[in-house]
Design a protein. Structure first.
Lengths: 583, 684
């Protein structure tokens, strides 16, 4: 009777495989050269089976979920399994061919051989500080086709039987403003894939080829069943949500919308994005695979946030797109600012799902997007590129305030660059980094706070950014307010959200105000003591507390004036709380 | 010299004392419940028991303590109301808590972060600035110092953390503030980031400094109480305390740097393993300590316990050096459950001491202990030597409930629980071994803690480990570990230079400077006459990388003309082993010089309690126990104390003793060493 323990073996191997991917992740960052890798941890790893299905993913970076699978399938179109040898590693970054985020996310896929047979692939994807293109940092707000967005690599054999292909390396070096960092980080990517591969082979030694390949199937099947079983408990119905994107920096004032219609019936769910806006001339487009990842993230986050993504999720979740929209652009439309779309897509998905499953609703999150700062280093005179992700605030829920100083959950796991690393390596002084008071959307639970980051240039440099949420900040839910908008200024002069190669003179200051998250529920129902806490910790001003929350604070004593608060809360209607619910 | 040495280990559940006589080589052990409300009360009770048994307190000339005071203060958030002084404009370092892992890791649609230990209202900004190279950009004038100190004086803080940007390059601003505070508010504790963690990256430095300030007043109070208690009991010597990286420290030093003893308790377990490695002549050990709520895995390589510079304490990433332990929330009391997709999960919830496992009869849920009982490993009538009866029926019912959801019967479910736990533990072990570039197959496993020996043999199979060591007293390992530790210190200097550009003279000179400083400080602490063993280490990286690897540099290498080339090779090898690649064409940078000092204390020569001749009733009984390859089989049950030296018992079998139970898998056998330990390995 006890011989039928197949399921438990899968549970055991599931732990082993998660550990394998985590190990790859940790090493990827620790061996990194560029700050975007080693400090901001902008990368992810995955394990694929011989059919290029994702078997295990790391417990972070949902936005990279399905990318390996497509990249892998493209690889197999270029190189047959018979052509691959042990020790090979393939490199690609083509956003359309490989359905890769953007060209700066180089992807390495390494076949794993067991006793001469190709059994699996280890893979990772990692942001590079510069791969050529219009601006330092590659990703330009002015790009109008992907040829402006850096060196494009179809799958190429970067390592052959364990040895680096010098020809490929020289091409990459010649196309980057920071060749040492790029090549060093690529070496780390290949090494990390090798570490994962060695470890997988140990598992094959232990369990045998048949057991492991069956385990891959089971893990994927089980995931599909798990997701469908959970979905079947939700009510059937159709829900919609829309988010609005700032303009692309080229057609000024031309906002676009990301729209989703979610249809849920029995154990099926479909996300229909066909009514999203037309593709942009500028780089704020995202390939459909990125949007699918947002849908997978939305579903998995509601039903099984503790388990690892695999291909099974993709079978349970259907999507529809129209060609020529910002969520499914036509080649060669630029895509370097894809996060403008994906962050919003993740939030419209969560908002629509929150209507289907109200107990899980989360308000929208704010992040302004990455920037690249460049110039010449004082020490070596070489070109530097500081490519940084920006932190914002997350949306609130029915039970918690949104987190402050974090990325959107769909990009979870990334961090900001330590100030001391910035100042040690680049001619910059960090003159301000604070949470931004009053920036969280108001609510019974308020949105997370954005933050203020100010860079003083110690020598002249350039600044490029494809910022967002300047005109359309994240929304609140159930009476919760929207967050403060993003802002950008140079020496106090406001700048457009999308700037390319902005010259920053020596001594000048770039100041970024990041958005927070949307609020949840009626702010007049917020516990006045929580409002007081925010005030005392310099997260909220007295005026904001009074006007938005109806809480009167005695500044000299640092306490709530209860009489005035009760009076104010009774007499004043809640007028200025804009509900996002339009559809 | 009476030669009595006392080890006192205070854990979450029990306070263990080990009293060892150098003269008679006798070991006396005492276990009393830990008293969380007043930790020294438990110690007092235990010492009274020692005295009652006829030992004179004056005879004790060494007391060594392992404590969880630091970690408990942090975990329970019972530290001081701490204030923070930070660089003007940069309070976000404290508010944002960047790089603190979320409390809900995974794919949640929102992130849960811990609340800062110092809320914004207790942050004071300092308008002064040091640049990355240590030069002063904006000076700190007396007027501002006075203003800040007056403000602090008004609020009368118990503890203050000072963390200014680049203070590790130039300590003057932090020290000026500290001196002024000490003069005006003498009772307040002050922690300086330039002292606590003088290294780059502001957040780890800040959080480590804050935690130091947060726990220091409690730790100091606790240690002072301990000194008073010992004196009251007639013990005259100054006690030592285990610190996180696995060496002993004077109490005076521990009070100066409280955060350093945060992993004191677990480090004692590693010290014990390290001692066993020496006495049993094993170079490489994986340590496996499984208790009621957690299991911990650590590593000893070439006789040296592994330490790490990035470890987590209560969810906070600390920058101090600590024994490198991976802890998982799977102990004997961890609860098993089935999720919506009918997949079996174990932990992280635990039944704790109360209600505990279902079989305790206090209404608990299905736990690992229940599974071990159902599978026949644990004896319902001989748990804790028979002091506590276990109810098999309750265990089966609780596990059956979980099984119903999985479509499995109770025994199948119990097996599933065991396998899931073993797999998790195997992962934890991989985290400390393969993850750090070691092949577990080169290691012996040492299993201790109450539940360690139950699962150790199976783990060894899972990981292909050649053997498992079961110590004579698995339950009191940590207290013995305290008695077998050395006095250790670490001296650090950061000095960035390309390895190729570094003249060998300067390399030696830097280490010489560190050595002089070290010997000077040790002399001050009264260790001038003792032999000091010195180890040299360098933190290296490929130029352009942001993190470095610490490698040992043997003094014979330093002595050679070709030192740079040899160091380079040591690094390339270490890098490839850890990261899967080496970059021979890339320049290598020296980041930090480390000098470790060790003063050896005499090690106990533990009594050999093993029988010389076989005992007729060594096999107590047979009962049904489950093994994967066999199913349920009649399994011989042995009594540990009745085994004689060199006796071999074949698996499958179970060996019982009052503080633990050892399971030997089929195709394994256990041999009793002449010194009393059991070695479980692949059968004859």
């Amino acid at each position: 009777m006890l011989s039928d323990t197949g399921n438990i073996t899968v549970d055991v191997l599931e732990n082993n495989l998660s550990g394998l991917v985590d190990e790859m992740m940790e090493r990827l960052f620790k061996t990194g050269y560029s700050t975007i890798v080693r400090e901001s941890r902008d990368g992810s790893c995955g394990l694929l089976d011989a059919k290029m299905r994702v078997v295990t993913s790391p417990a972070c970076m949902p936005i990279h979920f399905g990318a390996f699978s497509h990249a892998g399938k493209v690889l197999l179109q270029h190189y047959s399994a018979e052509e691959m040898q042990d020790g090979d590693a393939f490199l690609l970054n083509h956003p359309y061919k490989g359905q890769i985020t953007h060209a700066t996310d180089t992807t390495i896929i390494r076949p794993v051989f067991y006793r001469g047979e190709l059994v699996a692939f280890t893979a990772n994807m990692e942001h590079k500080p510069d791969l050529g293109g219009l601006v330092p940092g590659t990703n330009s707000a002015r790009a109008t086709e992907i040829f402006h967005e850096g060196l494009l690599l179809p799958p190429v054999r970067y390592y052959e039987r364990g040895a680096e292909n010098r020809e490929v390396r020289k091409i990459i070096e010649a196309n980057s403003r920071t060749p040492e960092l790029v090549v060093g980080d690529l070496r780390g990517q290949v090494g990390t894939c090798r570490v994962g591969s060695d470890r997988l082979i140990q598992l094959y030694d232990r369990y045998g080829r048949k057991t492991i390949s069956e385990c891959f199937d089971t893990l994927i099947d089980r995931m599909e069943r798990r997701i469908r079983a959970a979905i079947s408990l939700w009510r059937d119905g159709v829900e919609e949500a829309t988010g609005t994107m700032d303009d692309d920096g080229i057609e000024i004032g031309q906002n676009r919308r990301v729209h989703v219609k979610v249809k849920k019936k029995h154990n099926n769910i479909e996300f229909d994005f066909r009514k999203s806006g037309p593709q942009a001339i500028g780089p704020i487009n995202a390939t459909s695979e990125m949007i699918r990842n947002c849908c997978y993230f939305g579903v998995i986050s509601l039903v099984a946030p503790n388990i690892r993504f695999n291909e099974g999720v993709t079978r349970a979740v259907a999507t529809r797109f129209s060609r020529g929209t910002i969520v499914n652009p036509i080649y060669p439309a630029p895509v370097n600012a894809y996060t403008s779309v994906t962050v919003l897509a993740a939030d419209v998905v969560l908002t629509a799902l929150g209507r289907l499953v109200p107990s899980k609703a989360v308000a929208a999150s704010g992040t302004a997007g990455p920037h690249a700062i460049s110039g010449l280093t004082t020490r070596t005179g070489r070109t530097y590129v500081l490519y940084e992700l920006s932190l914002g605030g997350q949306g609130a829920t029915a039970a918690f305030d949104g987190a402050s100083g974090v990325h959107s959950a769909v990009n979870a796991g990334t961090a900001s660059t330590p100030l001391e690393i910035i100042e040690s390596e680049f001619p910059i002084r960090m003159t301000q980094w604070e949470l931004r008071p009053d920036s969280g959307g108001t609510g019974k639970f308020r949105g997370g706070l954005g933050n203020i980051r100010e860079y003083t240039f110690l020598s002249a440099g350039r600044y490029t950014s494809r910022r967002r949420m300047h005109d359309n900040p994240p929304w609140g839910l159930q009476g919760g307010g929207e967050s403060a908008s993003s802002e950008l200024s140079l020496d106090g002069m406001p700048q457009h959200a999308k700037v390319s190669n902005l010259l920053v003179p020596k001594g000048s200051r770039i100041r970024e105000l990041q958005p927070g998250g949307g609020g949840f529920g009626n702010p007049f129902e917020r516990d006045p003591l929580m409002v007081l806490d925010d005030y005392l910790d310099q997260h909220m001003t007295v005026d904001h507390a009074r006007e938005k929350y109806g809480v009167v604070i005695d500044e000299t004593k640092g306490v709530v004036n209860w009489t005035e608060t009760n009076k104010l809360r009774k007499t004043r209607e809640v007028k200025d709380i804009r509900s996002h619910r339009k559809a | 010299m009476n030669g009595l040495r006392l080890g006192v280990d205070v854990g979450g559940t029990f306070t263990d004392l080990a009293l060892y006589s150098e003269r008679t080589h006798q070991l006396k052990t005492i276990k009393v419940p830990t008293t969380p409300e007043s930790i020294s009360m438990g110690i007092g009770t235990a010492i009274d028991q020692v005295i009652d048994s006829g030992m004179t307190p004056e005879g004790i000339d060494l007391v060594i303590h392992g404590s969880t005071i630091g970690t408990n203060t942090l975990l329970e958030r019972k530290g001081s109301e701490t204030w923070l002084l930070c660089t003007k404009g940069l309070r976000g370092i404290n508010d944002v808590l960047d790089s603190v892992p979320p409390q809900n890791p995974g794919y949640f649609p929102y992130t849960l972060k811990p609340k800062p230990l110092v809320p914004g209202r207790r942050v004071v900004e300092v308008d002064a600035r040091i640049a990355f190279d240590g030069t002063e950009v904006k000076s700190l004038d007396q007027k501002q110092i006075d203003k800040i100190v007056s403000k602090l004086h008004d609020v009368n803080p118990e503890s203050i953390a000072i963390c200014l940007l680049f203070s590790f390059m130039n300590v003057s601003h932090e020290e000026k503030l500290s001196a002024a505070i000490r003069a005006r508010i003498p009772h307040a504790h002050v922690s300086l980031s330039s002292h606590v963690l003088p290294q780059v990256r502001e957040f780890p430095r800040l959080i480590t400094t804050i935690i130091d300030a947060y726990i220091a007043p409690r730790v100091k109070g606790y240690l002072s109480n301990l000194e008073i208690l010992l004196r009251k009991k007639g013990i005259k010597v100054h006690p030592y305390i285990m610190h996180s990286s696995g060496g002993l420290q004077t109490l005076r030093r521990a009070k100066m740097n409280a955060v350093q003893i945060i992993e004191s308790g677990p480090a004692a377990g590693i010290a014990f393993s390290s001692y066993m490695a020496k006495t049993l002549k094993r170079r490489n050990l994986i340590t496996y300590d499984m208790g009621g709520t957690t299991a911990k895995a650590g590593l000893i390589v070439d006789g040296v316990p592994m330490v790490t510079s990035n470890f987590m304490a209560g969810g906070w990433p600390l920058g101090i050096r600590s024994v490198d332990l991976v802890e998982i929330g799977s102990g004997g009391g961890s609860i098993a459950w089935a999720d919506a997709a009918k997949s079996l999960k174990v932990g992280p919830r635990s039944g704790g001491a109360y209600p505990g496992p279902a079989c305790y009869g206090n209404g608990g849920e299905a736990t690992v202990t229940d599974a071990d009982l159902l599978l026949g490993y644990l004896n319902p009538n001989y748990f804790l030597g028979g002091e506590m009866g276990l109810d098999v029926g309750l265990a089966r019912r609780a596990i059956g409930k979980v099984g119903d959801k999985l479509g499995l019967d109770p025994e199948e479910t119990a097996l599933g629980i065991k396998r899931v736990v073993d797999a998790k533990m195997a992962e934890a072990i991989r985290l400390v071994s393969t993850f750090r570039g070691h092949d577990p197959r080169d290691f012996s496993l040492i299993a201790f803690g109450g539940a360690g020996p139950v699962h150790g043999s199976r783990l060894a199979q899972e990981l292909n480990l050649p053997e498992v060591i079961i110590p004579t007293f698995p339950g009191i390992g940590s207290a013995i570990g305290l008695l077998s530790s050395d006095l250790k210190r670490e001296f650090i200097q950061s000095k960035l230079c390309l390895l190729t550009d570094l003249p060998i003279g300067e390399l030696r000179q830097t280490f010489d400077g560190l050595r002089k400083r070290a010997l000077g400080e040790l002399k001050e602490e009264g260790f001038a006459d003792m032999d000091t063993i010195i180890t040299y280490q360098l933190d290296l990286r490929y130029s352009g990388q942001g993190y470095d690897l610490t490698v040992d540099v043997p003094s014979r290498v330093l002595a050679r003309k070709s030192a740079n080339i040899e160091i380079r090779k040591i690094f390339d090898d270490a890098h490839e082993a850890t990261y899967g690649h080496r970059a021979v064409s890339e320049p290598v940078e020296v980041v930090t010089y480390r000098l470790l000092t060790r003063i050896e204390f005499a090690k106990p020569d533990l009594p050999i309690l093993v029988r010389g001749r076989p005992h007729a009733q060594v096999m107590k009984e047979k009962r049904q126990a489950y093994f994967e390859s066999l199913g349920f089989v009649e399994t011989p049950i042995y009594q540990r104390e009745l085994l004689c030296r060199n006796q071999i018992v074949d698996g499958p079998c179970v060996i019982e003793q009052s503080d633990s139970t050892t399971v030997v898998e089929p195709e394994q056998s256990a041999i009793v060493l002449p010194s009393g330990e059991l070695i479980v390995s692949k059968g004859r």
